[in-house]
Structure formats: structure tokens, C-alpha cells
Write a protein that binds this ligand. Structure first.
Ligand code: FES
Length: 577
């Protein structure tokens, strides 16, 4: 039973023998906690996004129990607490709308409570960045434990991936290749165990980001949710956080600029989600690290994609883990000089010390640098008069023949307009056109929904065409694919140039050179925008939405709230009962 050598934060609550100390301890004792547990032991918060409405995180209370065992074993006192759980599959209009809300919940819960260190239990897409953002703003010792991915989906004898199967089968349904019954029969085949999406979607990407940032133990990203080794990792993380408190290993010592550079390169190597661009920026801003879109170009552009997982490749997270998981990828990056090797990680070792002997057991799942899945896999940053503050494209999910393309714009004013007209036989569109959708950005949707991968019109799919260039201020699910330009900033609702695009305008995309150009004069764009400003869009006011619209930053700034940017530390005024 270790007694902390440090001045514990929790001692401000439990360490005095006055009226306040009496009251803090007394109420906690109603849970049956014995006196000695308050005698100088680190108090470890277990920040849990468990919710039955977030199916990907529905098993996290079991994971929390394993974390607790580890905390007790190392001589700490674990206290589990719930925070807002924003699951991707159920929450309307989009879980992104509440990422910042969840981060505020986390930040205030940590700062306001007698917590010396915190274990962040995450899984579904937005829960990972939300908890890291909140904890970063407090800068306490923190370690991430992910829920882990689901087992492979199995449908008609074949492996099928979360999300990606839906996109693929829905297109087949639209072309009449499969019946509605066949489509619906895949539901239970796709999601057949606890855990998050088993493709390299946003959840798996963010789990890899957390591991490459150094905020988790090695292998956290890929161990399947139901694998016994997931419980071992949870147990060991519970033990480790107690030591992190003793060592004062706060997030600011781990989340350095080098750590973010490692995450950018890792995202390229895993074929990760475009959502990581927004989330990493938001986390970096919370801890005070400078990171911008150009860093993705500088550090990520020439990194090969090694991980052969859906949606860029063909395997799923189970194979990724069995083949060596993220440590094997990081070793390959490190051997090519593509890793900031000294970056410190949660176990107290450098990232290179963690991975330098990591084995790869399958060179088709985790490719070698000499035989990559994609030669230059990093997220492509685009700029031009259509996206003065940038836009993103994921080359590993795009079609090579469309990476340089000039086409006629077919414009949808918003997602409802798109849904209403996309399959209209009278829509004037062919496969050389560029589909443009407006008003789906942070303020426009609001919440910047994952609708940027607009499905193609049925009449074009029936011709056997699988991809077209699509442009919007929206995001895209990490499980989706296509030549899809996303995150156009400023967004249309903020009167960015995207708002000015009209049917028939010519647009040119040159991914190699990072250019997105609207072939309309500056004067004409300005005059169209002036016209639009005279129209007052109907905007719902009140409640959280009003706060969101007033304060959300644009995509290139991480979509955080302006007033949440920065690290506010863990100091809190005392209160007297
Ligand atoms: Fe939760 Fe994909 S819906 S991880």
C-alpha cells in the first residue's frame, strides 16, 4: 500500500482534520470506503463514457472494473464517474455537435473533484477527442483506455466492415443489384460483438492517434474489445496511472509538438480518417501546442500508407492486432526516420523504446515501406479561391484518376436539397461533373455532419461508375471512401466562397499540387456573396445550439469553441461547507 510522496491534489479535500475534511470524507464513506483509503493515496478518476445509447461504449463498465483492480493493486483509490457520452450511431443531428459539450463536462468534472490522475475510458469516434480535450485543459496525469474494436463482421461467409458495408450495400440496393431483404439481413452480421467500428474508421483512427500521441499503453488501439488482453491492458493502465501521479507525468509532458507530428505521420501510415485533422488540432490547442493544416502537408504528405484496412484496403482491426498492431507500424516508421523517437509516452518510456523490437506477423496487413498500400498516403491539404483557409482530401480513399480533375459544378444548397434531388432522373449531371454541397459546415448543419461523401445519383451508379469528385464544407465518416473534398473553410454559412458556387461553374481539383480552384472571377464571387448576405436564413435559436453557433471555430481551427481553447490547469478555489 503506497503512500504518496507527493503533495496530492486530493489532499486539498481529504487531507485536513477540520470541518471541511470531515464533510468531504464523511459523504464518500457512505459508499463503504474505509478510513485508510483516504490516508494519502492517489485518487484516480475513471472518466467513463459508458452508455447503452452509445453501443460502441456499452461494455466500458466492465473495462472500468479492470482499471479499478489495477488502481487498487498499485495503491490508489479509484473513483468512477460518468461524463456525457456522444455516440456516433444514434445521436442526432451528429455526435460532432456535442464533442465540445462533452469536453466541457470532462474538464469541469476533473477540475472540480478530488482527482489526482484520470483514466479516460473511450471508444466511439468523438469520445476519444472529447475526453483528451477536457483532460488537456486541466493538464493532470491522464491515460487513455479504449474499449477496443468489434470482432470482424461476418456476412454470407465473408468478413464485412462496420460502416463500409452499409455504404457498399446501399449503392447495390440503389442499382437493384440486391433486394431490400438482402440489404436488411446484413444488419446483425455487421455488428456482432461489443466494441467500436472494426474498420479504420474514425474510432480506430482516434484510438491510433491516442496511442501514437503516447497517451495510452502500447497496443491500446487494436486489441479487440472482447479479447482477454483488453482487460489486461485496462488492469495495467490502472496500475500505471498511480505511478504517473507519483511521477507527476502530466499530459503537457506527453502532448508535445513531437507527439502531434508522430500522430500526423501515423494517420498517413494507417490510412486514417480525415476527422483526425479536426480533432488533433482541437487537442493541440487545448494543451498549447501549435499545429496547423500545413503541418499535415509537411509531415504527412510523403508518408506511405502501410496498414491494409478498410476503407482504404481490405482487412479489419482484428487482423491488424494479430499482425502486430500499431507498435509494428510505428517501428516501420521509425526505421525510415519518420518518427520523433524521443517523444515520451504514458508508460514513462519514449515511443521508440516502446516499439523498436515490435514484431510484424503479416506483411500483407501491415505492409513494408518498400511495398506500401499507397505510396503517398497522407491527408492532402487543398487551398485556392474555393477554400482560402483550406480543405482536405484523403488520397487513400480516393480514385487515382480523379485526383486531377476539372468539371462542371452541380450544386446542392444543403443536405435536404441533396436528398430531394440526387436521384431525380431530370438532374442535369454526368460522371464528369463535380457534386458540390453547401451549408453543412460547423455552423451550417450545425455540427458539421458526416454527409460529405454524398452517394452518387442512381442513374450514374447504374452505368457502373463508382466515384465522382464531391466537394463540401461537411465531414465524412472514417469508414467512407471516394474522391471527396471535405472541411472547406470558411464554410458556406460563414459566406466562404463555397457559398458562391452556382450550377455550371467550372471547378478544378489538383490534389498533387494542393489546389482547389473555382473558375469564377474574384469580383463575381464577391458580388454573389453580397447578394446572399441580403437573404436572412432561418436559424433556430436558444439552448445549446445557440451557444454552439456563436462560438464554434471553423474546421481549420479544430471546431472547438473559441472560449475553450487553451489549458486552464487544475487549480480550483477552495469552498467552505
Ligand atoms: Fe461508434 Fe463507429 S459508430 S465507433
Amino acid at each position: 500500500m503506497s503512500k504518496s510522496k507527493r503533495n496530492l491534489r486530493s489532499a486539498q479535500w481529504f487531507g485536513t482534520n477540520d470541518k471541511n475534511g470531515f464533510m468531504y470524507r464523511s459523504w464518500m464513506k457512505n459508499q463503504g470506503i474505509p478510513e485508510h483509503q483516504f490516508a494519502g493515496k492517489p485518487i484516480i478518476g475513471i472518466c467513463n463514457t459508458w452508455s447503452e445509447l452509445t453501443p460502441c461504449n456499452a461494455h466500458l463498465r466492465e473495462i472500468a472494473e479492470r482499471v479499478k483492480q489495477g488502481v487498487y493493486e498499485a495503491g490508489g483509490l479509484p473513483v468512477e464517474f460518468p461524463v456525457f457520452s456522444n455516440g456516433e450511431s444514434n445521436l442526432r443531428p451528429t455526435a460532432m455537435l456535442t464533442r465540445n459539450l462533452a469536453s466541457m463536462d470532462v474538464e469541469e468534472a476533473i477540475r472540480g473533484n478530488p482527482i489526482d490522475g484520470v483514466v479516460l475510458l473511450v471508444g466511439c469516434d468523438k469520445t476519444t477527442p472529447a475526453l483528451l480535450m477536457g483532460a488537456a485543459s486541466c493538464d493532470v496525469p491522464a491515460i487513455v483506455v479504449s474499449g477496443g474494436p468489434m470482432l470482424n463482421g461476418k456476412h454470407h461467409g465473408k468478413d464485412v466492415g462496420s460502416g463500409t458495408l452499409v455504404w457498399q450495400m446501399h449503392e447495390k440496393l440503389k442499382t437493384g443489384e440486391i433486394s431490400l431483404n438482402e440489404f436488411l439481413s446484413a444488419e446483425s452480421s455487421m455488428s456482432r460483438s461489443a466494441g467500436s467500428c472494426n474498420t479504420m474508421g474514425t474510432a480506430s483512427t482516434m484510438a491510433c492517434m491516442a496511442e501514437s500521441l503516447g497517451t495510452s499503453l502500447p497496443h491500446n488501439a487494436a486489441i479487440p474489445a472482447v479479447d482477454s488482453r483488453r482487460y489486461v491492458l485496462a488492469h495495467l493502465s490502472g496500475m500505471r496511472i498511480v505511478d504517473m501521479v507519483e511521477e507527476d507525468l502530466r499530459l503537457s509532458k506527453i502532448l508535445t509538438r513531437e507527439a502531434f507530428i508522430n500522430a500526423i505521420r501515423t494517420n498517413a501510415a494507417i490510412g486514417g480518417s480525415t476527422n483526425a485533422v479536426i480533432h488533433l488540432k482541437a487537442i493541440a490547442q487545448r494543451i498549447g501546442v501549435s499545429l496547423n493544416l500545413d503541418d499535415w502537408q509537411t509531415y504527412g504528405k510523403n508518408v506511405p500508407t502501410l496498414v491494409n484496412l478498410l476503407p482504404s484496403g481490405k482487412y479489419l482491426m482484428e487482423e491488424f492486432y494479430y499482425s502486430g498492431g500499431l507498435p509494428a507500424v510505428l517501428r516501420r516508421l521509425g526505421e525510415q526516420g519518420l518518427l520523433e523517437k524521443n517523444a515520451l509516452t504514458a508508460n514513462g518510456r519514449s515511443i521508440w523504446e516502446n516499439v523498436e523490437t515490435a514484431a510484424c506477423h503479416n506483411d500483407d496487413v501491415i505492409r513494408t515501406v518498400e511495398n506500401p498500400l499507397i505510396k503517398n498516403g497522407g491527408i492532402c491539404i487543398l487551398r485556392g479561391n474555393l477554400a482560402p483557409r483550406g480543405a482536405v482530401l484523403k488520397p487513400s480513399a480516393a480514385s487515382p484518376h480523379l485526383m486531377k480533375h476539372r468539371g462542371r459544378a452541380v450544386v446542392f444548397n444543403n443536405f435536404d436539397d441533396y436528398k430531394a434531388r440526387v436521384d431525380d432522373e431530370a438532374l442535369d449531371i454526368d460522371e464528369t461533373c463535380i457534386m458540390v454541397m453547401k451549408n453543412c459546415g460547423p455552423k451550417g448543419y450545425p455540427g458539421m455532419a458526416e454527409v460529405g461523401n454524398m452517394g452518387l445519383p442512381a442513374k450514374i451508379l447504374k452505368k457502373g461508375v463508382k466515384d465522382m469528385v464531391r466537394i463540401s464544407d461537411a465531414r465524412m465518416s472514417g469508414t467512407a471512401f471516394g474522391t471527396v473534398v471535405l472541411h472547406v473553410a470558411p464554410e458556406a454559412m460563414e459566406f466562404g466562397p463555397l457559398a458562391a458556387v452556382q450550377n455550371g461553374d467550372m471547378i478544378s481539383l489538383d490534389a498533387e499540387n494542393g489546389v482547389l480552384h473555382l473558375e469564377v472571377s474574384d469580383e463575381e464571387i464577391a458580388s454573389r456573396i453580397e447578394e446572399l448576405k441580403k437573404q436572412q436564413p432561418f436559424i433556430k435559436t436558444g439552448g445549446y445550439l445557440e451557444l454552439y453557433r456563436k462560438h464554434v471555430l471553423q474546421a481549420d481551427e479544430g471546431c472547438d469553441f473559441d472560449f475553450l481553447v487553451g489549458c486552464r490547469g487544475a487549480d480550483v478555489p477552495a469552498h467552505s461547507h
